[in-house]
Design a binder for this molecule. Sequence first.
Ligand code: GUN
Length: 279
Amino acid sequence: MRIIDGKKTAADFKAEIRARAVAFEKARGRKVGLAVIKAGDDPASAIYVRNKIKACEECNIASFSYYFDDKVDESALIELVSALNDDKNVDGILVQLPLPRGIDERRVLSAIAPEKDADGFHAVNAGKLFLGERTGSVACTPRGIIELIKSTGVDICGKHAVVVGRSNIVGKPVAALLLQNDATVTVCHSKTRNLGEITRTADILVAAVGKKKFITADMVKRGAVVIDVGMNRDDEGLFGDVDFESVKDVAEYITPVPGGVGPMTIAMLLLNTVDGACA
Ligand code: GUN
């Protein structure tokens, strides 16, 4: 078994992003800019947003943060997004999810100009991904997952990739990207029957279910590449969706939690922002 080092891969990407952001500032007389909007008091979101802003600093990207409590109304968020769409110093806009209850996430995300959609969640960019058009931004976690698989040297083409989870931010877009890379893709979810039977046929297994240690060794084929997207926090700490201790003896490559997919998500956010600025 070999551990896929997301921290190291993310650091390599960030060095390149920083060089591009420094060159951008020299050429254009301003920094690449990312606006970050957070509403409500989700504790995990607070950690993610803090880490994203810190990563901007490391990469010479200006960050503009906007915090709201959970009483904020949808129209205030949409108005802010519209103003940021017109702001010449802002190249990327990120609305941290989840938003407080009662706010229609789709409406807020749809208000972002597609060319400033640093997260790749806008319907136009999600649609471009499914059509195989390469001009849109791609969701950060899925983009990072593909880079981590490629970092192993394992060829995705022709492999059976099984994605467990069908969310808009991970499961669906990572399935589309794996397909674009010529994998045979199966998407499983909470209603899937005989899940273990299917996951045991995976050459590449992506776990994005949001349940601590959900994928156990008996569900994994010997020699598989296992990507753990889980970020499950409880009193005992932070855990992935994969039971790392048992699965590591079966998998050929496996991402740890923390230090696997998480750092790559942030690096890809910065990459989308710099790509947007340079477009
Ligand atoms: N919530 C969980 N993951 C993400 C992400 O990648 N981007 C945003 N905006 N919110 C999230």
